[in-house]
Design a protein. Structure first.
Length: 321
């Protein structure tokens, strides 16, 4: 009797991605899942099975729990369009793949400013080797934005950088700063124009010390810092009053987070408002502080015999970590 070896079916299944994901952007964290041989080590690749070379290769590896494998990876710098995600089961050397689509992403730094300020722009996931045009919102229409360099170009991975000076006519809008490549790939970012405050840090515990930096207020006027206790902001406590703005309408002060009700996971957000005493129209600006609590665990039962089952429950840890 002659025995013939039959080819093995692929053990590793077509990879899937985090629920709800359609397009992704550079820097996104995505969970890649597949079914593998039991307990196998599985490698995840971007575009090509090779060590990472800066553009393609190994994104990471992990081990299956039973036959269930999942690994969180970061989307690397890549041009707009479909890209292959490859999984390899080292238990039986089988390979499978699928594609994921990268979409443009626009980031501006800082996200707040006054007319004349310089803003840095970073674009990723646009079409490769194309010119970028930019616009800003003037309250009525999108208007061409002068950048440096005048015509930014994307590189091989669809990335570019440039700067611009905030125009005097710029107005705050959710998608007020837009970038578009020749093929039509586009994304937008919000630039808050006008008086503003920045909190550092933006989240913390009760009694945390917070720096409040403001610009665009009435020069040489006094500013109050209010902590609102409700949403929409109506009831407040004044945590600092009569802070003088300088001759440019700027100030920097520190406040202490008041004793507030316990935060509710993932955190309770409060509106912080700076308002000056200019008459008849005071200038004001808001920012948000998120009240959190210390992480903790509970063990149930608190004592037991060797090999007993123990449940450990954690609260206030970082989400999705």
């Amino acid at each position: 009797m002659v025995l013939m070896a039959l080819p093995l079916a692929s053990a590793i299944t077509v990879p899937t991605f985090s629920t709800g994901i359609a397009d992704v952007q550079v820097g996104d964290k995505v969970t890649v899942s597949a079914t593998s041989t039991p307990g196998a080590q599985v490698e995840v690749y971007w575009e090509s099975q090779k060590p990472w070379d800066g553009a393609q290769g190994l994104l990471g590896s992990g081990y299956a729990t039973g036959t269930s494998f999942s690994l969180k990876v970061t989307i690397p710098a890549a041009k707009a369009g479909a890209h292959d995600v490859i999984v390899k089961d080292l238990g039986d050397s089988t390979v499978n793949s699928t594609s994921i689509t990268v979409a443009p992403k626009l980031v501006i730094t800082p996200t707040v400013g006054l007319a004349g300020d310089v803003i840095t722009v970073t674009g990723t996931g646009f079409n490769d080797l194309e010119a970028i045009t930019m616009t800003y919102w003037n309250g009525a229409a999108d208007v061409a934005l002068t950048t440096s360099p005048l015509l930014p170009q994307t590189g091989a991975t669809g990335s570019f950088t440039c700067t611009f000076v905030v125009p005097a006519a710029a107005v705050t809008k959710a998608d007020g700063i837009q970038a578009t490549d020749v093929t039509g790939g586009t994304d937008a970012a919000q630039l808050t124009v006008g008086p503003y405050i920045v909190l550092t840090p933006t989240k913390g515990l009760k009694a945390t010390t917070v720096q409040v930096a403001g610009r665009g207020f009435t020069p040489n006027k006094l500013v109050d810092i209010r902590w609102y206790l409700d949403t929409p902001p109506t009831t407040y406590v004044t945590v600092l009053d009569n802070t003088p703005a300088d001759a440019q309408g700027a100030f920097t002060v520190t406040i202490t987070v008041p004793l507030l009700p316990d935060a509710v996971a993932p955190g309770t957000a409060y509106t912080i408002r700076a308002i000056d005493n200019n008459t008849p129209t005071p200038i004001e600006a808001d920012d948000t502080f998120t009240l959190i609590q210390n992480a903790g665990i509970t063990v149930t039962p608190p004592a037991g015999k060797v090999s007993s089952t123990v449940t450990v429950a954690g609260t206030w840890f970082s989400a999705s970590s």
